[in-house]
Design a binder for this molecule. Structure first.
Ligand code: IVH
Length: 676
C-alpha cells in the first residue's frame, strides 16, 4: 500500500512539517515557505484530524492558536475569559457560502446581519485602558500569553494614550492590527538596502519586526499604524460586562471611533448577497489603498448570536476571513541568472521583461532552486505567470505552455560557481546547490554584509558598496579583518571623504562592545538566526564555552533543535572558523553574553510568588529579573512555592504561605538575592 495513503502517516508527516515551519517562522525568524503553503498544510491536517477522531492529539499544531512568546519581553497573560483567537479562512465564494450555511444551521434561523471589514495583514495586539488611560499593550503571542510591548505601542501615533468620552467605561480592552503603510515600508527597505541590511520581505514582517524591537526609540522612528476592530468592557477582575456599546460588532466599532480610535471601514450587510457586494467593493479599491489588505473579515454582527455560536479552540464560529487571490501578470522570461548567497547557496533568479503588477514594475522574480524549475518545467524564453502576494520579491507561478514557440531553453544549474569558479555541489537530500569555494568573493561579501547588519554587529556606514570594495581591494577576507582597517586605507576607497572614512572606522570600533548574542548571530552560521544566536549565547555565557560544547549538549537546550546544534558544532570544528574567532578576540571584540549564563543562574528551579506592592520596581520587572536568574514566578501559593515576596499591603497569599510554612521574604531580601 502507498505509504502516503495511510492517514496516520500523512498526519504525522504534516505535524512534523508544520512544527518545523512554525519554528522557522516564530523562533528563527526565517520562514521558508509562503503563508499560503503553510495555511494549506494546516487545513489539510485539520481536515484529516476531523475525519479520523481517534488520531487527534492534544499536542497537534492544530490545537495551538499561534507561536510561542519570545523571552526578551515580559510575558503577559491575556484575559483567560477572552483568549486571542485566530480566524478560519475562505478562499472562494463557495467556501464563504459553506460558512454561511454552517452559521444558519447552528443558529437555526436567518435573522441576523453580517459586518464586512478589511483584513489588514499586520500583527494583532491588545490594548488595555483603565480609568481612561492606556495601561498595557501586548502582542497576541500564542493567544493565551503575549508580550508586553506597551512602550512600543505608545509610540504609534494613532494610539490614544488617554481617552475622554462622556460614557468611557472604567476598564476596557480593545484589539486590533498594527501595520505599516506601503510607502513607509518601501522607504524603510530602500534605506536598509542603502545601508547594506537585508530588506524586510513584506509589510507584515516590517511591522512585526518594528513592534518587537527592544529599543522603543527605533520603533518610534518607524511609522506604524493601527486599526482597532474589537472591544471588550470588563470589571476590574477582567470579567466581561454586558454593555450597550458591545451589543453588536458595528456598534462596538462606532463606539471605539467615538472614543478616538482608528477603526476599519465597516459595512453592515443584511444578507450573504450584500456581503458578496462588499467583498467585491473592497477588492476593487484594494490597489488604491496605501496599505496592503489580504482579504476581508466577515462577522456575525450580534454579540448575543456570537456567544451562541461560540468558538473552536482556534477560531470563532461567527467569523471568517475571506482571502483575495494574489495579483498575477504574464511576461517573458528573458534569462535565468544565478546569485551566490552568504552560505554559498546558488539561487536561480528570473530576469523578466519588465511588467507592471499592482503598482510596481517587476523585472526579477525568485525561482528558489533547480528542483522547483524542473518541477514547473520553466524554460528560458517562456511566457510565465508571475504572482505578487505581500512579498517584496514576486514569484514565478508557472510557464504558459500554450505560448511555446519551440526555441525555449531548459535551465541547467552551472557546475561551477559563477563568481569564483569553484565546484558547485549539491548534498544528497538537499534542494540547494552550493559553491564550495572557501575564498569565493561573493560569499565573503555576503558574510561581511551580514556581519555588519542591524541585529548582528550593527556597523553603521558599512553598506554594500563599501564591503564590495573592501573585498575587491583585498582589505577584508573575513569579519575580523574589518577591525584592522585604518582611516588611511578607508580614505583610499572610492567616493570616501575624510569624514566618512573616520566615521566608518569609528563605527567598526564601536561594534567591539556588542554582546555575544549579536556576535553568534553575526557569524552567519547556517540555521542560526537572531533568536537562536541569543539562546546559545545566554546559555553558554561565553564564546569559549560555546565553542567547547558538543552537539549533544546544545541539543538539550530548549529551542535548539538537532539541525541547528549540528550546524553550530560543525562550524566551530573547522580550523578556518576557529582562526577567525581567534582574530576577533585579538582585536578586542567582546566574547561574553550580556545575560548571566546557566552557571550563574543562582535562582535555578526556585518558585516565587509576589504579593503586595514593591517599592523599588514594578512587579513585571521583579518577575523578569527572577526569571533571568533561572527562577519562576507563579501567581498562586502551593506546596511547591519556595518563597513568597511580600511588598506593601500583602494580601491573603502571605497568610497562606504562613500556614504552609513557606519563607516570607521582604523586598530587601529579594534585592539581595537579585544581587542589587
Ligand atoms: S477579528 C476572534 N478583524 O487576522 C476574531 N481580525 O487571520 C479575531 N485581522 O489574528 C480577529 N484584520 O490579527 C479581525 N478586521 C479584522 C482583522 C483581523 C486583521 C487579523 C488578526 C487575526 C488574524 C487572523
Amino acid at each position: 500500500m502507498d505509504a502516503a495513503a495511510r492517514p496516520e502517516d500523512e498526519i504525522n508527516r504534516l505535524r512534523q512539517q508544520i512544527r518545523h515551519h512554525e519554528r522557522l517562522y516564530y523562533i528563527e525568524n526565517s520562514p521558508a515557505i509562503s503563508d499560503a503553503e503553510f495555511d494549506y498544510m494546516m487545513r489539510r491536517l485539520a481536515e484529516l484530524e476531523e475525519q479520523h477522531p481517534p488520531l487527534a492529539s492534544a499536542d497537534s499544531p492544530t490545537r495551538r492558536v499561534g507561536g510561542q512568546p519570545a523571552e526578551e519581553f515580559t510575558p503577559v497573560r491575556h484575559n483567560p475569559a477572552l483568549p486571542m483567537l485566530s480566524l478560519d479562512n475562505a478562499y472562494s465564494l463557495a467556501e464563504l457560502g459553506k460558512f454561511h450555511q454552517r452559521v444558519v444551521k447552528n443558529l437555526g434561523h436567518e435573522k441576523f446581519q453580517y459586518t464586512v471589514e478589511p483584513k489588514i495583514d499586520g500583527l494583532s495586539v491588545s490594548l488595555i485602558y483603565e480609568k481612561g488611560a492606556l495601561t498595557l499593550g501586548a502582542t497576541r503571542g500564542d493567544g493565551t500569553t503575549g508580550e508586553d510591548v506597551t512602550a512600543n505601542v505608545r509610540t504609534i501615533r494613532s494610539v490614544p494614550l488617554v481617552v475622554e468620552h462622556g460614557a468611557t467605561p472604567a476598564r476596557f480592552e480593545v484589539r486590533g492590527e498594527v501595520y505599516i503603510h506601503r510607502d513607509a515600508f518601501e522607504r524603510i527597505n530602500e534605506k536598509r538596502e542603502e545601508e547594506g541590511q537585508a530588506p524586510f520581505a513584506n509589510p507584515r514582517n516590517c511591522a512585526a519586526g518594528s513592534l518587537r524591537l527592544l529599543d522603543s526609540r527605533i520603533t518610534a522612528a518607524r511609522p506604524l499604524d493601527i486599526f482597532l476592530y474589537a472591544l471588550y468592557i470588563t470589571d476590574d477582575q477582567g470579567r466581561p460586562l454586558e454593555h450597550p456599546a458591545t451589543a453588536t460588532q458595528s456598534g462596538a466599532v462606532e463606539f471605539m471611533a467615538a472614543l478616538g480610535f482608528r477603526t476599519p471601514d465597516i459595512h453592515l450587510c443584511p444578507g450573504l448577497d450584500q456581503v458578496k457586494e462588499a467583498i467585491a467593493g473592497f477588492g476593487a479599491r484594494r490597489d488604491l489603498l496605501d496599505y496592503e489588505i489580504d482579504g476581508v473579515v466577515v462577522k456575525v454582527d450580534s454579540a448575543r448570536l456570537q456567544t451562541e455560536l461560540g468558538a473552536t479552540s482556534k477560531f470563532p464560529r461567527w467569523a471568517i476571513a475571506y482571502k483575495y487571490a494574489a495579483v498575477q501578470a504574464q511576461t517573458k522570461l528573458l534569462d535565468i541568472q544565478v546569485q551566490v548567497g552568504r552560505t554559498g547557496a546558488l539561487t536561480p533568479v528570473a530576469i523578466l521583461a519588465p511588467v507592471s503588477l499592482s503598482g510596481s514594475t517587476i523585472a526579477r522574480a525568485t525561482l528558489h532552486n533547480q528542483d522547483e524549475i524542473e518541477k514547473k518545467d520553466i524554460r528560458i524564453g517562456d511566457t510565465v505567470l508571475i504572482e505578487k502576494g505581500g512579498e517584496v520579491i514576486p514569484k514565478v507561478v508557472k510557464a504558459v505552455e500554450e505560448d511555446r514557440a519551440g526555441d525555449e531553453r531548459k535551465f541547467i544549474m552551472p557546475a561551477t560557481c559563477p563568481v569564483c569558479g569553484a565546484v558547485a555541489s549539491r548534498q544528497e537530500g538537499e534542494a540547494v546547490t552550493r559553491c564550495t569555494g572557501v575564498a569565493c568573493p561573493a560569499q565573503i561579501k555576503e558574510r561581511l554584509l551580514h556581519y555588519t547588519t542591524r541585529g548582528a554587529m550593527d556597523i553603521d556606514h558599512a553598506g554594500p558598496a563599501i564591503i564590495e570594495q573592501l573585498v575587491e581591494e583585498g582589505l577584508a577576507h573575513d569579519p575580523a579583518d574589518l577591525y584592522s582597517l585604518t582611516v588611511e586605507q578607508a580614505r583610499g576607497l572610492e567616493r570616501m571623504a575624510e569624514k566618512s572614512a573616520a566615521n566608518l572606522v569609528k563605527a567598526i570600533g564601536a561594534s567591539k562592545q556588542r554582546p555575544l548574542e549579536r556576535l553568534v548571530f553575526a557569524l552567519g552560521i547556517r540555521h542560526v538566526g537572531a533568536r537562536a544566536g541569543a539562546v546559545l549565547a545566554r546559555h553558554f555565557g561565553s564564546m569559549d564555552a560555546l565553542m567547547a560544547a558538543g552537539k549533544e549538549e546544545m541539543e538539550k537546550i530548549h529551542e535548539i533543535g538537532g539541525i541547528t546544534a549540528g550546524s553550530v558544532a560543525l562550524f566551530f570544528s573547522q580550523e578556518a572558523n576557529r582562526r577567525v574567532i581567534g582574530k576577533l578576540k585579538a582585536a578586542g571584540v567582546n566574547m561574553t553574553s550580556s545575560q548571566p549564563s546557566a552557571g550563574e543562574k543562582t535562582l535555578l528551579g526556585k518558585q516565587f510568588v509576589l504579593t503586595g506592592t514593591l517599592a523599588s520596581m514594578a512587579r513585571n520587572e521583579a518577575k523578569a529579573r527572577i526569571e533571568n536568574l533561572g527562577g519562576r514566578v507563579t501567581s498562586s501559593v502551593t506546596k511547591k512555592t519556595d518563597y513568597i515576596v511580600a511588598g506593601a499591603e500583602p494580601g491573603s497569599k502571605a497568610e497562606k504561605a504562613r500556614e504552609l510554612g513557606i519563607p516570607i521574604l521582604e523586598e530587601k531580601d529579594l534585592l539581595e538575592m537579585l544581587g542589587s
